[in-house]
Design a binder for this molecule. Structure first.
Ligand SMILES: Cc1ncc(COP(=O)(O)O)c(C=O)c1O
Length: 393
């Protein structure tokens, strides 16, 4: 097959043509600083406010509850660290999970160094939080619960309704990292009492380096970056107008296309999962079968090193992602796979395929054929596999 087959949309996406078109005037020509008072600046301000509305609408928020950031990492850091510092007098305990993105995990680690106590909840074998375990972990000093909406590696969607109910019942602030879920699946902050929610533009065909933190109106979260009075005094720094406009357009498109895209990607994903599990022996699916992002398929192949398989696929023009990184001869297993108890003999052979709106059935069929061929070749060369086969005779 000619060209690149891009199956790594969870890592990033190419900006949509409509997004590029919306951004272009603000990159050249309409370059005014959105905080200035002449027409050029007012034009930028109007575009920023339109984008705020577009981004808010996806989750049923009010525009005044959207604060633009440089992306998901900044939004996570802000929500967690600012909450901890502001509510410190009430308590010093935070609850999160073992499968969070490092933007959340490392924010919590840095708070531990300051004396905060953090509980890292276990998840079940599908990667789901057990609500009863969350409730048991709550202490009189708990000030924040931060649980991701959907996992970036294995695609599992967390039971957010139950989590939000528990947080509300105990009057504890709830933050969710929705970087992988925003614009991909329906989310409503009107229906769920989520207090803070992080997003990122480059996961939904928007530009890189832009995202937002949704902060519920009543939450008086302090600024994380000190400086000027931009973003209603909560996030200093000259607005990234082209980025914000692009994010707004991408959000609008995502909401409009969501039902069609979800159905289409889910169908291709399920075809891929069924075929891979049926036709490649000693393979498992990681994550939940049902509560799963529509575009995520994550497998473990026994007797395979994920990084090597990735390279073989790359030679055939296929871009995917290996959850286990191998550097300087030392192979490390992803914290997510560890948390879901992937069997030892499989943990190094993981691969994530994340589909997108341009993915075709032909690309999936070709990828499966390449996968079958590459796995077979790698296993043939693996003495452990040969030994295993002889033990069966
Ligand atoms: C779940 C999750 N949270 C946070 C981030 C960080 O987002 P950004 O790249 O916009 O900083 C990512 C990016 O991969 C992610 O998948």
């Amino acid at each position: 097959m000619k060209g690149t087959i891009y199956l790594d949309h969870a890592a990033t996406t190419q900006i949509a043509p409509e997004v590029l078109e919306a951004m272009q005037p603000f990159l050249f020509g309409k370059y005014g600083n959105a905080s200035t008072l002449y027409d050029l600046g007012k034009f930028s301000r109007a575009a920023v406010e339109k984008a705020r509305k577009q981004v808010a609408e996806v989750i049923g928020a009010s525009p005044e509850e959207i604060y633009f950031t440089s992306g998901g990492s900044e939004a996570d850091n802000w929500a967690i660290k600012a909450t901890a510092h502001m509510w410190r007098r009430r308590g010093n305990h935070i609850i999160t999970s073992k499968i969070e993105h490092h933007a959340v995990l490392n924010s919590c680690k840095s708070l531990e160094e300051e004396g905060f106590a953090v509980t890292y909840l276990n998840v079940d074998e599908e990667g789901k939080i057990r609500p009863e375990e969350l409730e048991r972990a709550i202490r009189p000093t708990t000030i924040l619960i931060s649980i991701m909406y959907a996992n970036n590696e294995i695609g599992t969607i967390e039971p957010m309704e139950a989590i939000a109910e528990i947080a509300k019942k105990h009057h504890i602030l709830l933050h969710t990292d929705a970087v992988q879920a925003y614009g991909q699946i329906p989310i409503s902050v009107k229906e769920l009492p989520i207090d803070m929610l992080s997003t990122s533009g480059h996961k939904l065909y928007g530009p890189k380096g832009i995202g937002c933190l949704y902060i519920r109106k009543q939450i008086p979260l302090k600024s994380f970056i000190d400086g000027g009075g931009q973003e209603m005094g909560k996030r200093a720094g000259t607005e990234n107008v082209p980025g914000i406009v692009g994010f707004g357009k991408a959000a609008e498109l995502a909401a409009y296309e969501m039902p069609y895209r979800m159905a289409r990607e889910q169908q291709l994903r399920d075809k891929m999962i069924q075929t891979v599990l049926r036709e490649i022996p000693y393979t498992r699916l990681n994550g939940s079968r049902e509560e799963r992002l529509p575009n995520n398929a994550n497998f473990c192949f026994q007797f395979i090193e994920g990084g090597t398989l990735l390279q073989l696929l790359d030679m055939k023009g296929i871009c995917a992602s290996a959850a286990s990184a191998c550097s300087s001869g030392q192979s490390s297993v992803s914290h997510v796979l560890k948390a879901i108890d992937v069997p030892k003999e499989m943990e190094h052979g993981s691969l994530r395929f994340s589909l997108g709106k341009s993915t075709t059935p032909e690309e999936i069929a070709y990828t499966i054929e390449c996968l079958k061929d590459s796995v077979r070749k790698l296993r043939e060369k693996n003495p452990e596999y040969q030994e295993y086969l002889s033990s069966l005779c």
